[in-house]
Design a protein. Structure first.
Length: 192
């Protein structure tokens, strides 16, 4: 082997080692309701005092449950008048186009309506995880599980609920070698 060939081989091996050892692995997680889509779905609450409330997912996110409240989540078994939130789905589409690892993490119990929406807006396959629980800690636990099982350098989390954002931000101390970025998705009301 010539000196030039040896040098080229050495450069190739070094580049190969660097590409496999320094490969940055990023997981991006998007909430569904009020992050990627707006719907007319409501959480119906029958309070202990007999009052009936009908809350949007945004209102529910800040609602303080009272002892004796009974919740009806049946609207979330389907999509009620879905409307794409284009600026966040645009981010999602760009990430998918670049081959990034993406999960849609929803409090809904059934992933089928989410998958249908993803198909309707012409997105490639995206993993959908339906937790069946709106407790912010459940989203943080899901991310912790992924970090325990897989080797990610970075997690970027998009959610409209500040409670969910805080729960996920709080796990960063448990993973000092992982950059955890939270993106609080807020919407500017339309002015007519």
């Amino acid at each position: 082997m010539s000196r030039r060939d040896t040098k080229l081989l050495s450069l190739y091996v070094r580049a190969l080692i660097e590409s496999t050892t320094n490969k940055k692995r990023v997981l991006r997680i998007f909430d569904f309701d009020d992050t990627l889509v707006k719907t007319d779905s409501r959480i119906h609450v029958l309070t202990a005092s007999g009052d009936k409330l009908s809350l949007t997912s945004g209102e529910y996110a800040v609602y303080a449950p009272q002892y004796g409240d009974k919740f009806d989540y049946s609207d979330f078994s389907k999509l009620v008048n879905p409307s794409e939130i284009k600026w966040t789905t645009k981010i999602l589409k760009r990430i998918i186009a670049k081959g990034g690892e993406v999960v849609i993490l929803t409090a809904r119990s059934d992933p089928k309506p989410v998958r249908q929406f993803i198909n309707d807006i012409n997105l490639a396959y995206v993993e959908v995880v339906a937790l069946g629980d709106s407790d912010p800690q459940k989203k943080a636990e899901y991310i912790s599980r992924r970090l325990d099982e897989e080797d990610f350098n970075e997690v970027e989390f998009f959610d409209d609920s500040y409670k969910n954002i805080l729960a996920v931000a709080n796990i960063s101390a448990d993973y000092p070698d992982v950059k955890i970025i939270t993106r609080h998705v807020t919407h500017t009301p339309k002015i007519n």
